[in-house]
Design a protein around this ligand. Structure first.
Ligand SMILES: Nc1nc2c(c(=O)[nH]1)N=C([C@H](O)[C@H](O)COP(=O)(O)OP(=O)(O)OP(=O)(O)O)CN2
Length: 140
């Protein structure tokens, strides 16, 4: 099994805010991340796909196609956006890195199979919110 990865980038604004709590409790739990007027991050998304190389191409997946897929279905939806206000798949969800990566998985998983003619499968997503904070998701 070979693991093939593509790195993409976006920046976005958000705040961590639980609408069921008071502002004071949100500030206590989330600190500056609950800032009323938002804050921003430069996110890095690493998409890893697994499979066996196609004997005709030597590719598990064409990385150009994978990049186009990620850009079309994820990056264009979130880049230079407010994750709390502008992104339909984050509606009614806390804009944490964990919740983002789960929504990204739901979007990418079936499409990776489709563009690879079922040769490849999504293996993991790694999302950096800051250079020191990241989450990984394997779809379980
Ligand atoms: N489990 C999670 N914890 C936190 C998340 C998250 O998405 N999942 N998010 C945040 C804040 O949004 C943000 O990441 C915090 O930013 P910041 O404190 O600037 O990030 P760093 O830790 O990298 O900065 P330092 O300079 O190292 O303090 C908080 N928690």
């Amino acid at each position: 099994m070979i693991y093939v990865s593509r790195l993409e980038h976006f920046n976005a604004a958000h705040k961590l805010f639980n609408p069921n709590w008071s502002l004071a409790k949100n500030k206590e739990v989330f600190g500056p991340c609950a800032n009323t007027n938002w804050h921003g991050h430069n996110y890095e998304l690493i998409v890893t796909v697994k499979g066996k190389p196609d004997p005709d191409t030597g590719f598990v997946i064409d990385l150009k196609k994978l990049s186009t897929l990620i850009r079309t279905h994820i990056i264009e939806k979130v880049d230079h956006k407010n994750l709390n206000l502008d992104v339909s798949f984050m509606e009614d969800k806390l804009a944490s890195t964990e919740n983002l990566v789960v929504e990204f998985w739901k979007i990418l998983e079936p499409r990776v199979r489709e563009i690879s003619n079922n040769i490849a499968a999504l293996h993991s997503l790694k999302l950096y919110e800051t250079p020191r904070n990241y989450v990984e998701y394997f779809g379980e």
